[in-house]
Design a protein around this ligand. Structure first.
Ligand code: F6P
Length: 547
């Protein structure tokens, strides 16, 4: 295999050893003490960039620890690895692919070379075709087979061909036009039935999104929906109602979609990083080309920041290093992501694919099993809903759960009273998680409660909050297509930094491929009673299904 990326076991680096010692020396220090010990703590732990205000001061980390993490990044060869990604080198070594989703949103317009050729002109052509198509559909110039305007869009895809577009369409609801945009992903027949049951084929456009055009779920849904459509419409109506996004133009043609109605994508755009490409067609239909361009620009700005900012002020790098600090030294198992807006309620689910499919690896770039922890578990939900669901465990449970709090200074609809309450919760939670509530504080509170001293002493321990729970605060001016683009790109780059430091390949996903093969074998057992060899438990399950 080529050695494009550094190949270093992080645990053998000097900085790792120093971090281990530093962890032992500081693990008893509380967050409150860090603030007392470091009068200038905020000078290095607040990062201001464009409309982003990132405060990482509420972490169990002092300046020395932060500097050691920065040293770890240097020793890992991170700078070279970042340059290798943007240069179009085939850093996805196990799939022999470059990783160039950043080319789709380049703001510098400097040539981006892939195998010696600048990819930007052909990307611009494809984007022109996509924008022209979206303009036609949105304006009503594109007519269905009976001459009516399109009113509904159904995106058929799964994984990266669904999660990104679905999350962004939901996030940009405020910027949406009149089109009703829906998503079908699961192979479960009930899912597509529920989505299409009230649709009129005369006014619906189906967008089949599959990089490979071989994915079982997507093709099953596309075939069933085509059958449903053709039960009501003539065959030549397909051209007005089905379009495809794929790298596999042979298969899209075989499905019956003309090249005019096929929007190509490049092999060097990974599924979970593809919403910036033609995979974002449903986004572009929902919010229009102007807003889609702003989304790309916001991401491009973050790319520029990531590529050109020293590590100590580099938001994706800093957040990645903090995550490594908790994952590998504090042995924290998971991270929560809490966006304080309902628009981003599916950001955690979207990031689960991005983060866990990318860094859920246990073989290092040297081909050997790693002897340290890699990928973090990601979970979360929107605040304040999450406060009434799982915050109990973060506040008073036994597990250490570092959390990213993402909030917006301004509300889109401007309801001042609600926005003030939302922001009050957003800030109060991180403060409470840090400071907790001591037994003495609880007793003072209880002394005014009218309870007897005995009753007060009994209840007091249950009301204590240890505090010391780490959080990052990401406060953004407002939720716009551009700030959303920057936010998503931030997390994309965080993934790569962690993958580099953990010495794994972040851009392949062999673990998911196995599931695809296995399902085909079992399908033969279910459909044709093929009786492939299985373990006893599996055999019993198959028997139970057959009965
Ligand atoms: O889930 C695995 C995966 O390969 C993802 O990376 C990808 O986004 C998804 O399947 C869908 O693949 P395709 O776009 O080829 O249908």
């Amino acid at each position: 295999m080529q050695k494009i990326l550094p190949n270093t076991n992080p645990t053998e680096l000097n900085a790792w050893e120093s971090l281990k010692k530093h962890f032992q020396n500081t693990k008893q220090t509380t967050l409150k003490e860090y603030f007392e010990n470091e009068p200038n703590r905020l000078d290095y732990s607040i990062l201001k960039w464009r409309d982003f205000y990132v405060d990482f001061s509420k972490n169990r980390l002092d300046k020395k620890g932060f500097d050691l993490l920065l040293q770890l990044a240097e020793e890992s060869g991170l700078k070279k690895a970042i340059d290798a990604q943007f240069s179009g080198s085939k850093i996805n070594v196990t799939e022999d692919r470059a990783v160039l989703h950043t080319a789709l949103r380049s703001i510098t317009k400097d040539p981006v070379l892939f195998e010696g050729e600048n990819v930007l002109p052909s990307l611009a052509n494809t984007q022109k075709k996509m924008y022209a198509f979206c303009d036609k559909v949105i304006s009503g110039a594109w007519k269905g087979y009976t001459g009516k305007e399109i009113t509904h869009i159904v995106n058929i895809g799964i994984g990266g061909s669904d999660l990104g577009p679905a999350m962004v369409v939901e996030a940009l609801e405020y910027y949406k036009n009149q089109l009703d945009v829906r998503f079908v992903s699961n192979v479960e027949g009930d899912h597509h039935q529920e989505i299409i049951k009230d649709l009129n084929p005369e006014t619906t456009l189906f967008v089949i999104v599959s990089k490979t055009f071989t994915t079982q779920e997507t093709l099953s849904n596309a075939n069933s929906i085509r059958t449903w459509f053709l039960n009501q419409a003539p065959k030549d109506a397909i051209a007005k109602h089905f379009v495809a996004v794929s790298t596999n133009t042979e298969k899209t043609a075989a499905f019956g979609i003309s090249s005019e109605n096929t929007f190509p994508m490049s092999d060097w755009v990974g599924g979970r990083f593809s919403l910036w490409s033609t995979v974002g067609l449903s986004i572009c239909l929902a919010v229009g080309p102007k807003n889609f361009t702003k989304l790309l620009e916001g991401a491009g700005q973050m790319d520029y920041h990531f590529q050109n900012t020293p590590f100590d002020k580099n938001i994706p790098v800093v957040l990645a290093l903090i995550s490594i600090w908790y994952n590998n030294f504090w042995t924290a198992e998971s991270e929560a992501i809490i966006p304080y807006t309902q628009y981003l309620r599916n950001l955690p689910a979207y990031l689960q694919q991005g983060i866990m499919e990318s860094n859920g690896k246990s073989v290092g770039r040297d081909g050997k099993k790693v002897n340290y922890q890699t990928g973090t578990l990601i979970w979360g939900a929107s605040g304040t809903n999450a406060q009434h669901a799982f915050f109990q465990l973060i506040h008073q449970g036994t597990k250490l759960i570092p959390a990213d709090f993402i909030g917006f200074k301004k509300a889109l609809h401007g309801n001042k009273d609600h926005q003030e309450k939302l922001l009050a919760n957003f800030i109060a939670q991180t403060e409470a998680l840090m400071n907790g509530k001591t037994l003495d504080q609880v007793k003072i509170e209880l002394s005014a409660s009218g309870l007897s001293t005995e009753e007060q002493n009994k209840i007091a321990p249950f009301k204590v909050f240890e505090g010391n729970k780490p959080t990052n605060t990401l406060l953004i001016d407002s939720l716009t297509p551009a700030s959303l683009g920057s936010l998503i790109a931030l997390y994309e780059h965080k993934i790569y930094v962690q993958g580099i430091l953990w010495n794994i390949y972040s851009y392949d996903q062999w673990g998911v491929e196995l599931g695809k093969q296995l399902a085909n074998v079992v399908l033969e057992d279910i459909k044709d009673n093929a009786q492939h060899p299985h373990d006893e438990s599996t055999k019993a399950l198959l028997k139970h299904i057959a009965n």
